[in-house]
Design a protein around this ligand. Structure first.
Ligand code: NAX
Ligand code: K
Length: 567
């Protein structure tokens, strides 16, 4: 799996590399700048054919330093390059200053002001390429003033004829690379979340913020450039597992994805190498009442298709005919109440449980959740079970290490309202109209904005906090799904960039996900393996099917995806 780094981890890697004496900061900056140019040429072959006109925005730190390297390399290829610099270039850090000095030997730099930028644009019209090298991992507070306004001018670039795209160096400026949240809430830039960079070129490893929240929308596409510092990765080992964030991913030739796909592979091979159906586990999915069994049936199908040896639906008596009419390989047991469920769960061979899809509400359903939790098996709690957990504190007290909670945003907010509030709160609320109209109030807002420092609270922070409180694995769904353990290990699964599958948002899709996860638990995977493997498989199935997908199609794609995986 690919590790996703935070800004602090990236800085630590860079320091370790430079401290080793094997490489200098200046060399790293040169590699970074060259990597950006190479990535641009790889994405737009026309730029390789003849020189074009570029506008480069350079910031006050090393991200700006990368920008000066790019400026020089493009100019060496006879490009017409205009650089706007934020702040006093003489105060740049040493490596960036060296590259600034090299650039000004022959190039020019204009101060980055809105007036200068607009005057240039009026005189020359749109450029062929815009490079945002204002801020990278060193961003500590919202971008304000003219720099923010000029970033707003870049929104939508690349979308008209003859208007060049934006390439972001390391990240779109203002993006918090730990949370994927744009620091700063108002203005054209903040509203152009899906129309900013066409390409973002980052270094060594992708960062967490490239995959969460606003990150993918702002970044456009993501290219990762190797600057030769892999061997210093992970020098920040104190409490490493608890700080690490991994990307759940997989391409056929992507060995990095093994940790996620291996559970699926191992389980699959084990499935074929052994003969007894009980050795592949026995999953039980609890259904809702009459007319509400579809969701649990979908989950059961997912569990069976992924490879659980046996899958049984626990069904209330009156719903038995309805279920019987619609299942074949899945079995069913009558469970009229919690006592009956207790009795059935005395069978230790039932080694993974799923409750919630279509379950319904009320005391009798809460009792079923209690029975499931008291059985202390690896358990997926989804949908209505999550709402019941939110309503009943005594049920939450029964959560154990083998549980996986799989909330979507709304369910998460019901379960962990205070944590959800931190996640959704703007770092500063938008000013009211009257505040905006009042200059003094507006300026006060501006200074409060500028005074905010540090990375924004992220979805990873939130899910880690929730997992710690719940004492079990928590998976918060979304285009950016985050899975976290109580001790802090986290996996991000992002159905973004090349893996976007918006048609996965269809009724019953979550039920299948819960079922695949339960199947993997039955097959002996740990909760993180099962959660990460299931969410990856779920998206792959959607991608394999394509648009037009309905939830029933998902389990039926599993064999195709697994076949490709184990080939
Ligand atoms: N870490 C690494 O291994 C490498 C980093 N490189 C580049 O260096 C960048 C990081 O450089 P820095 O740490 O200098 O950080 P940045 O260049 O991202 O920005 C830091 C500067 O901006 C100021 N600043 C932060 N927020 C601001 C705001 N809202 N308004 C105005 N000023 C603000 C800081 O006070 C500081 O002067 C990376 O993003 C990358 O582009 C590359 O050169 C190569 C290697
Ligand atoms: K940038």
């Amino acid at each position: 799996m690919t590790e996703l780094l935070t800004s602090a981890q990236m800085r630590a890697n860079e320091h370790a590399a430079i401290a080793s004496g094997e490489v200098t900061g200046l060399e790293l900056m040169e590699r970074a700048g060259r990597g950006v140019v190479d990535a641009i040429f790889e994405h737009w072959w026309t730029y390789r054919q003849r020189p074009h006109r570029a506008v480069i925005l350079c910031g006050p730190g090393n991200n700006g330093g990368d920008g000066y390297v790019v400026a020089r390399l493009l100019r060496d290829l006879n490009w017409d390059v205009t650089v706007f610099a934020l702040g006093d270039p003489e105060r740049l850090p040493p490596d960036a200053l060296t590259n600034y000095n090299r650039w000004v030997e022959t190039g020019r730099v204009a101060p980055l002001t809105l007036a200068n930028y607009d005057a240039y644009s009026d005189a020359h019209g749109p450029a062929d390429l815009y490079i945002d090298a204002l801020f990278g991992t060193g961003i500590t507070r919202p971008v304000t003033g003219d720099a923010w306004e000029v970033l707003g001018r870049l929104v939508g670039m690349g979308q008209g004829m003859g208007v060049g795209p934006v390439v972001a160096v390391d990240a779109p400026s203002g993006l918090c690379m730990d949370s994927g949240r744009l620091l700063g809430a108002e203005g054209a830039y903040a509203w152009g979340l899906n129309q900013f960079a066409a390409l973002t070129v980052t270094f060594d490893c992708p960062k967490v913020g490239h995959y969460l929240a606003d990150g993918p929308g702002l970044c456009g596409r993501l290219a990762v450039v190797d600057i030769g510092i892999q061997k210093w990765r992970g020098q920040y080992v104190v409490g490493k597992a608890a700080q690490s964030v991994w990307l759940a991913e997989m391409t056929p030739d992507d060995l990095g994805a093994r940790a996620v796909t291996l559970p699926v592979k191992q389980a699959w091979h084990a499935h074929h190498g052994q003969t007894h159906k009980y050795s592949h586990g026995h999953a039980m999915v609890v259904t809702g009442g009459e007319g509400h069994t579809g969701a649990a049936r979908l989950a059961a199908r997912g569990a069976l298709r992924i490879g659980a040896g046996l899958v049984t639906l626990a069904v209330p008596g009156p719903a038995m005919p309805e279920v019987a009419a619609q299942i074949t390989a899945v079995m069913m047991r009558e469970i009229s109440d919690a006592r009956a469920l207790d009795t059935v769960l005395e069978d230790e061979r039932l080694n993974a449980l799923c409750i919630g899809p279509g379950l319904g509400f009320g005391p009798a359903r809460a009792d079923l959740v209690r029975a499931v939790l008291q059985a202390k098996r690896p358990t997926v709690l989804d949908a209505d079970a999550l709402t019941l957990l939110a309503e009943h504190e005594e049920l939450r007290d029964l959560l154990h290490d083998g549980c996986i909670l799989t909330p979507h945003g709304g369910e998460f907010a019901r379960l962990f309202p205070d944590i959800a509030a931190k996640l959704t709160a703007p770092r500063l609320p938008k000013p009211s109209d009257s505040q905006s109209a009042d200059l003094a109030a507006h300026n006060a807002y501006r200074s409060a904005l500028a005074a905010q420092t540090g990375p924004a609270y992220s979805k990873v922070d939130a899910v880690r906090e929730a997992a710690k409180r719940a004492g079990c694995t928590v998976l918060l769904k979304g285009a950016d799904t985050v899975i976290a353990r109580p001790e802090g290990a986290a996996v991000v699964h992002a159905a973004v960039y090349d893996r976007a599958a918006p048609w996965l948002a269809t009724a019953g899709s979550g039920d299948v996900l819960a079922g695949i996860m339960t199947g993997l638990l039955a097959m002996g995977q740990t909760s993180v393996q099962a959660a990460a493997g299931a969410v990856w498989m779920h998206t792959e199935c959607a991608r394999a099917f394509g648009p037009g997908l309905i939830a029933e199609d998902l389990p039926e794609q599993i064999p195709t995806v697994v076949k490709a995986l184990v080939k």
